[in-house]
Design a protein around this ligand. Structure first.
Ligand code: COA
Length: 332
């Protein structure tokens, strides 16, 4: 038996906000943003929420897999920007798509969230608890950024991506090139001691007995250079570990589907792995950094445009607030 991605889906808000639009809000320029990040535009929600975007992405993933909501056993939504603290986004999605038989819960590992959700579902499925799962990354980061802080507001976008994964027999996973669809290795980790490098507050302690009523900032705060250093060191290290675990080298990988935060980070990872940059598909120029949604949205774009063939070997890798990081080697 093996766990295979059977379908993907994504949903983006309609409104496109270009770098030129950003330059009307803060002291920045298209040139600065493109040169430092590779981003040209992003999608910003005018009314979509994390749950409505997630539900649309799930419906598209189920349709792509030829599956129905009725048969879904597990829904995991990775998000750091839910519209409600209770109930969780996954339960809202369950209700919208009408998947009555699923267990549903959220996880928050920020930009590594989709990968952590995939790995969590994989672990559950390997115990025999579930035979399938909807794995989702969904974010409306636009409500968490300080729109007067040029060092962060230009980086992020809103959107959702989903994958439907299923436990299948080895013969159903057999690919024409001799490989078998499924997850070959997983590496994930966290460095909580460096968490202050990228943070966003919620409510602090607040009750009639509270002695310290200081409330944390509601906006994303980031030490960009610290995060940059972390990503350029940690991402190639964890990808190398995942490749070692799978018993393969970087040259055996067809595509590296990385978290889309910054083109310079992706180029640096490619260089450190001595892998051709053409193997690193990117869409961040059009959608910016959508945290947990970047990897599944990019996967869906590749899938729907026919750029993924069964038997292709992919590395998925993400990093983000926590600080968290992870990499998985999968055969499509
Ligand atoms: N437009 C114009 N100038 C800007 C700007 C913007 N949008 N944002 C920052 N600046 C300015 C700064 O104020 C600073 O000006 P100063 O020298 O007068 O003080 C100057 O540009 C350099 O700032 P710095 O923060 O050193 O820039 P940088 O080269 O580190 O680039 C990032 C900033 C954010 C692009 C870069 O650090 C980065 O990509 N980090 C990783 C962030 C990331 O990926 N986060 C998501 C993780 S999931």
């Amino acid at each position: 038996m093996t766990v295979k991605i059977s379908g993907t889906g994504s949903a983006l808000p309609e409104k496109t906000v270009t770098n030129f639009d950003m330059a009307k809000l803060v002291d920045t320029s298209d040139e600065w943003i493109r040169e430092r990040t590779g981003i040209a535009e992003r999608r910003i929600s005018t009314k979509d929420t994390v749950s409505t975007l997630a539900a649309k992405a799930c419906q598209a993933a189920l349709e792509n897999a030829g599956a129905s909501a009725e048969e879904v056993e597990l829904i995991i939504v990775a998000t750091c920007s839910p519209e409600l603290l209770l109930p969780c986004c996954a339960c809202q999605v369950q209700s919208i798509i009408d998947a009555p038989h699923a267990a549903a819960f959220d996880i928050n590992a920020a930009c590594s969230g989709f990968l952590f959700a995939l790995n969590t579902a994989y672990a559950y499925m390997n115990t025999g608890l579930y035979k399938n799962a909807l794995i989702v990354g969904s974010e409306v980061l636009s409500k968490l950024v300080d729109w007067s802080d040029r060092s962060t507001c230009v980086l992020f976008g809103d959107g959702a991506g989903a994958a439907y994964i299923q436990m299948v027999d080895d013969k159903d996973a057999q690919c024409e090139n001799g490989r078998r669809s499924g997850i070959e290795s997983i590496v994930q980790g966290s460095d909580g001691a460096r968490g202050a490098a990228l943070s966003c507050g919620e409510r602090g302690v607040s009750n009639p007995f509270a002695v310290d009523s200081e409330q944390p900032s509601k906006y994303i705060h980031m030490d960009g250079q610290e995060v940059y250093k972390f990503a350029t060191r940690q991402v190639p290290a964890c990808i190398s570990e995942a490749l070692d675990k799978a018993g393969i080298g970087a040259s055996d990988v067809d595509k590296f589907v990385l978290h889309q935060a910054n083109v310079r980070i992706i180029e640096s990872v490619a260089k450190r792995l001595k892998a051709d940059i053409s193997k690193f598909p990117m869409n961040l120029d059009r959608v910016g950094n959508m945290s947990s949604a970047t990897i599944p949205v990019l996967l869906d774009e590749l899938n729907r445009s026919g750029q993924l063939k069964r038997g292709d070997r992919l590395v998925l890798s993400g990093f983000g607030a926590g600080l968290t990081y992870g990499a998985s080697v999968i055969v499509w």
